[in-house]
Design a binder for this molecule. Structure first.
Ligand code: PXG
Length: 464
């Protein structure tokens, strides 16, 4: 029997939402017409909507609910912190215990000499901090001209003016006058779509060497930093070929530029280590963090900064900060989340149980007639949809059409699996158990079957 668990009937909530709520990354008129799905509660990896449907959340919210939903400990810590000290700022020679403790804990967890944390309210804000920090760093070193930042096409670094400029999403740049000056983009290491006849390894090297070319073209004395996600998340879970990161690291070591690893998605266990930088053997000067830092229970982000950069920045007033930098409630929640990840062995669970179990089932989907390749690192996976596996062909239809159809079938089958153009992505909570993986894969497979039948019936299984 279906259970109505909200206060108002779904239709009434939908009407109010349509009338007053502007949704992010949405064409709101279309959303209003179709009616939103209203999520009322969640536990573990399962969401419940206002109609009583139980949905497997294959995306951990927005790649963030790493420890799963419904952990009472976090609610209790938040309540306690709100009673004790709901807010105080960290400007003007003041601090508070949650911010101090979290900064110290992050310095312990982060690799190398990443020992200093500048807090923000989100990943976007943290990346804006990074733009200003690396430029100010070089200015303080007597090199104010060293302010260009190199990023990649199809990268996602956030939605503010600065972070969206770092991002390589053309559709975002087209709205609102981006990128801001002195942000440059090179091509992404997306072998499946762009590798042509090259082997993945050759292609990885070729794409990494674009960084060196770009540094030479701009002049090393003009380049402040290179920023990249260890694995592109919102871009479609693009796992670079093995040759890519070692070559990027070599180039960054050889030239005098800073390396920023955007770990907003890859941080806090997602790839089977605390940070994606450890999985790929990257030595960044700055890591951007957010999302899994608090498992999404409270908004918080930050930049974890190496001794050298933090030391130089410390010598001058850095005219930058947010009201909610180090917010005590968010910081306390994040600390409790980190305690759970460590004490409950969540990352070991990813490495030893969830990844191996999911990998077998995920890679088996490569046999599906609609699937051209499957990728999975830790609990971050993607699959390419194709009308012709042998040729890695794209669809003749508008890019994203097939992906949208699969996503609609996922929606109908009570599993959240996102599409990025014609690639499907998953990133379930890290605590997902084998039986839940079975359910997620069964529903995803059914969605792929139904989408395949629909595409076939509509004559859309044609290659471009
Ligand atoms: N960097 C990376 C790598 C991200 O994935 C941000 C920065 C920005 O974080 P905030 O907290 O400002 O959102 C992100 C965010 C999607 C999707 O649809 C992905 C993100 C956000 C919203 C939607 O895949 N990533």
């Amino acid at each position: 029997m279906r259970q109505i668990s909200n206060h108002l009937p779904t239709a009434e909530l939908q009407a109010l939402d349509a009338a007053h709520h502007m949704h992010p990354f949405s064409a709101n008129a279309g959303v209003a017409k179709k009616g939103v799905r209203i999520i009322t509660r969640a536990s573990g990896v399962t969401l419940t909507d206002s109609e009583g449907n139980e949905i497997v959340d294959g995306m951990a919210g927005l790649w963030c609910v790493n420890i799963g939903y419904g952990r009472r400990e976090l609610a209790q810590v938040a309540a306690r912190q709100m009673e004790e000290l709901p807010f105080y700022n960290t400007f003007f020679q003041t601090s508070h215990v949650p911010a101090i403790a979290l900064a110290a804990r992050l310095a312990e967890l982060a690799p190398g000499d990443l020992n200093h944390v500048f807090f923000a309210g989100s990943g976007s804000e943290a990346n804006d901090t990074n733009i200003r920090m690396v430029r100010h760093y070089w200015a303080l070193k007597g090199k104010p001209e060293k302010k260009a930042i190199i990023s990649r096409r199809n990268a996602y670094h956030g939605s503010s003016m600065g972070s969206a400029s770092l991002g390589g999403m053309a559709a975002m740049h087209a709205q609102g006058g981006m990128p801001i000056p002195d942000i440059h983009h090179i091509d992404q290491p997306h072998w499946y779509n762009e590798g042509g006849d090259m082997s993945p390894e050759e292609f990885g090297l070729e794409r990494a060497r674009q960084l060196e070319k770009k540094i030479e073209e701009l002049g090393e004395d003009r380049v402040a930093a290179f920023i990249a996600e260890p694995i592109q998340g919102a871009g479609g879970v693009i796992v670079p070929p093995d040759s890519y990161w070692p070559e990027i690291q070599r180039i960054c070591d050889r030239h005098e530029i800073l390396l920023i690893a955007d770990e907003v998605i890859t941080g806090f266990g997602r790839t089977g280590n605390w940070f994606g930088s450890q999985t790929f053997n990257i030595r960044p000067h700055i890591m951007t963090v957010a999302k899994g830092l608090s498992s999404g229970y409270a908004p918080i982000g930050g930049s974890i900064v190496c001794d050298e950069v933090a030391g130089v920045i410390a010598e001058d007033e850095f005219n930058h900060g947010y009201t909610y930098s180090g917010h005590p409630v968010s910081a306390a929640v994040a600390l409790e989340n980190l305690r759970i990840i460590e004490e409950e062995g969540v990352i070991e669970h990813v490495r030893e149980v969830a990844h191996p179990y999911l990998a077998e089932r995920w890679h088996a989907l490569a046999e599906h007639p609609l699937v051209g390749e499957t990728k999975l690192v830790g609990l971050m996976g993607s699959l390419a949809l194709t009308p012709d596996k042998a040729r890695r062909a794209k669809f003749a239809a508008e890019p994203g059409t097939a992906g949208y159809i699969v996503r609609e079938r996922c929606f109908a089958n009570n599993v959240v699996m996102r599409h990025v153009w014609d690639r499907m992505v998953i990133a379930p909570p890290l605590v997902i158990r084998p039986a839940e993986i079975d359910l997620m894969i069964a529903r995803a497979t059914k969605a792929l079957d139904e989408a395949h039948a629909e595409l076939k019936a509509e004559g859309m299984l044609k290659a471009a």
